[in-house]
Design a protein around this ligand. Sequence first.
Ligand SMILES: O=P(O)(O)OC[C@@]1(O)O[C@H](CO)[C@@H](O)[C@@H]1O
Length: 313
Amino acid sequence: MIVTLTANPALDRTITLPAPLAPGEVQAATSSREDAGGKGINVARVIAAASSPVVAVLPLADDDPYRVPLEAAGVPTRAVPVARPVRANLALTDQDGVTTKINLPGVALSADDVAALTDAVVAASEGATWLVLAGSLPDALADTFYVDVARAVRARWGAQAPKIAVDTSGPALRQVVAHGAPDLIKPNDDELAEFTGAALDPADPAGVAEAVARTIVPAQVASALVTLGSAGAVLVTANGAWFCPAPRIRVASTVGAGDSSLAGYLLADVAGGAPEDRLLSAIRYGAAAASLPGTQVPSPADLGGESLTVRSL
Ligand SMILES: O=P(O)(O)OC[C@@]1(O)O[C@H](CO)[C@@H](O)[C@@H]1O
């Protein structure tokens, strides 16, 4: 089973425009949709859609309207009751799939909420293969939150503790890499560049792999899956580095593509896949997500069958 933690879920509102976004103008939209979003929730939705066991842990008020799309997604959850509704994030996409995303800071959690959330993750992690810690941290949550959760889970379950995957950015990523010993991180090229402090060229996968190997893997993190948008993705482990290009697709919305890539990687991992299989699955799920509107996540039926070649770097 895979467990995900989303400390900062979001009701994702997507508005589709028939033309590029024109700041300062009035534009008529062609459609809109709402999805239960937040990075860990998106990962869990992909895993549930693939009929693989998953539990999503999140803070959620009893009367939050977010429950409607969340329940429709069919994801088993452990909701920690909190006082206020989740944030609503906005995405504006145009006919070419160009996406403008506006994210709110999220609901501040009390010290009791944080303790209850941590306890819920520790309990849910019993017997799990992976624990996914994903997304930004709401205001007032310490940058060390993911480090604290990783320590609590490992202290409780010891050798039986799940492997820990982290998808976050900024100070929370810095902390978890330095002190959380994650088994996997999934930055995109921008997040990795911010982390290393050096510009990265998504068209140069060998350069990306070299930057990861120089700074992160395997010194602090066992593996890194670096998503490079339409260029593809790079996987770096202690045993090697691989690149897979992304298939050409018609992009509808890039929101959730990285989360779907991570879910694809984990699905292949729990199925016993080799590094090349995991990377290929990450690419297929990420591309399928980008071809779907809003934060809609792919099921196995949505995956393309293009021939893709994973190459060793
Ligand atoms: O504020 P965070 O957690 O960094 O990002 C939140 C978010 O943009 O991430 C998901 C896509 O990856 C969306 O469902 C959600 O709105």
